[in-house]
Design a binder for this molecule. Structure first.
Ligand code: FES
Length: 323
């Protein structure tokens, strides 16, 4: 099941900006402008029936004429990035969702520190642009394998964010990897840290931040692909109860809660189905979820009052859901 408000767009332009990153410009097939969005927003893109992926919007907020996204060709593609690279052509029509933002800039931050690893540059670039517009205090770290693999490099080096940008090439001679002692400042009240990139990169930045005294509530991350925890985690059957009707359903080890709910006719919005986007977030009234998502923060996991039924399970024999 997909978001209600699909927008039909046409691929106005598509080209490679690095050997493995495709840039796409999408425009509304109607004359209407596209909805406004805030820095850090993403859209769902329906690449083919049943194949939906999330991509960050690149431009600074407020460009209603086009949306621009960049898509890394994943080595272990589950179908989405390969299809975009191989099959999508200028002139093709796609459906997209309205923008959503799970990675918004904190209001009133005294200082922001941004980290982009590889394709994680897409939301971070938009946020850096916004911080420049706001004349806000920030630093921006961009880690890429080589100059050739760094998307938007000439734009960054020549643009308004150049003087705040620290660019690191990890695989070039003399290149430098992320070093928490060098790259993460000690926490100061009012500061916020944002990181986007591969799961391992995000983890190492967050670990470094915690060592430097950053509290969880000031750490913000955006993942587009979940680390593969679900296959290693043991799965057992349990039951879920729909609070509004009392309907109780068995979730066997090889099915997700979302699959069981949808088969039973429950209207549950789904998108990434990996615990990344938060679309399926559901309130838990009783029982303890076994959280397997990367969308909620550690603090939100500890509260156990909501979970992502597309991938998370139960630690107790029964979960009562606010549905
Ligand atoms: Fe994306 Fe569940 S559908 S978190």
């Amino acid at each position: 099941m997909f978001p209600q408000n699909w927008i039909e767009v046409e691929v106005a332009a598509k080209h490679l900006i690095t050997p493995d990153i495709a840039f796409l410009e999408l425009r509304n097939t109607r004359e209407n402008p596209l909805p406004m969005f805030t820095a850090g927003s993403h859209i769902d893109v329906e690449i083919a029936p049943g194949l939906v992926r999330q991509y960050s919007l690149i431009d600074g907020p407020g460009d209603p004429a086009h949306y621009r996204i960049a898509v890394l060709r994943q080595q272990a593609s589950r179908g989405g990035s390969a299809a975009i690279h191989e099959r999508i052509r200028p002139g093709d029509r796609l459906r997209i969702s309205v923008p959503r933002n799970n990675f918004a800039l904190a209001h009133g931050a005294r200082r922001s520190v941004l980290y982009a690893g590889g394709i994680g540059i897409t939301p971070i670039l938009c946020m850096a642009e916004r911080l420049v517009q706001m004349n806000a205090s920030f630093d921006f770290h961009y880690f890429a394998r080589t100059r050739t693999h760094a998307a938007f490099l000439s734009y960054i080096e020549a643009g308004r964010i150049a003087e705040r940008a620290h660019i690191h090439f990890t695989r070039e001679e003399g290149g430098r990897r992320f070093d928490p002692g060098r790259d993460v400042p000690a926490f100061e009240p009012g500061s916020h840290l944002y990181v986007c990139g591969p799961a391992a990169f995000i983890q190492v930045v967050l670990d470094g931040a915690k060592l430097a005294g950053w509290p969880e509530e000031c750490l913000h991350r955006e993942l587009f692909t979940a680390p593969d925890v679900s296959q290693n985690a043991k799965s057992e059957s349990f039951r879920v109860r729909i609070a509004s009707t009392g309907l109780t359903l068995e979730v066997p080890p090889d099915r997700t809660v979302a699959q069981v709910l949808i088969e039973a006719g429950i209207d549950l919005p789904l998108s990434c189905e990996q615990g990344v986007c938060g679309t399926c977030l559901t309130r838990v009234i009783d029982g303890v979820p076994d959280h397997r998502d990367v969308f909620l923060t550690e603090e939100e996991h500890r509260r156990n009052d909501q979970f992502t039924p597309c991938c998370s399970r139960a630690r107790t024999p029964l979960l009562v859901l606010d549905l």
